[in-house]
Design a protein around this ligand. Structure first.
Ligand code: NI
Length: 177
């Protein structure tokens, strides 16, 4: 088990597009996924992308199960998604509050597609093909953005809807990030 340091906004590695995974059998990939899972769970994150721990590969993970950072969110099964491809299923966008382990202590209102299909591969190299909506779709879009060097503040339309979590949501005892 290894909890890795999460890079914070300002680090150029978060702005660098990630490369596709080519070797699904490598021990480095298996260890990367274990470290990402341990790190995400230790920090109560809903998701994590490999560039956030300084690894420039197209690997994201996500999981939402009674997450104290998102107490009202629907559950999302633990998923490892490698070399993802996203296809929006409608043009409908919805604004929702997001945080990010690379932008600790802050939340912003971000537009996302409400329904999308995602394809890619799991940790064993088996194909994944899911159509999802709402919070599940939001989490996937946020994580895959990291693989393109995009952090959620870059998508906020009205920067008045961006601020510190404890000021935006006083008394809600939301976690630090
Ligand atoms: Ni993030």
């Amino acid at each position: 088990m290894a909890i890795r340091d999460v890079l914070k906004m300002g680090d150029p590695r978060l702005l660098t597009p990630a490369l596709p995974v080519e070797d699904f059998a490598s021990s480095e990939l298996a260890q990367l996924i274990v470290d990402m899972r341990d790190t995400m769970r230790a920090l109560n994150g809903a998701g994590l992308a490999a560039p956030q721990i300084g690894v420039g590969l197209q690997v994201v993970i996500f999981e939402v199960s009674t997450n104290p950072r998102y107490p009202d969110a629907e559950s999302v099964p633990f998923t490892v998604l490698i070399n993802p491809l996203l296809s929006p299923l409608s043009d409908e966008l919805e604004e929702g509050w997001e945080g990010c382990l690379s932008v600790p202590g802050m939340r912003g209102l971000v537009p996302r597609h409400t329904a999308l299909r995602y394809q890619g591969f799991d940790a064993a190299g088996q194909p994944i093909d899911r159509s999802v909506n709402d919070f599940h779709a939001r989490v996937v879009q946020h994580e895959v953005d990291h693989l393109h060097g995009i952090l959620y503040p870059m998508r906020i339309r009205d920067l008045r809807q961006f601020g510190f979590t404890d000021t935006l949501f006083p008394g809600q005892d939301l976690q630090d990030d």
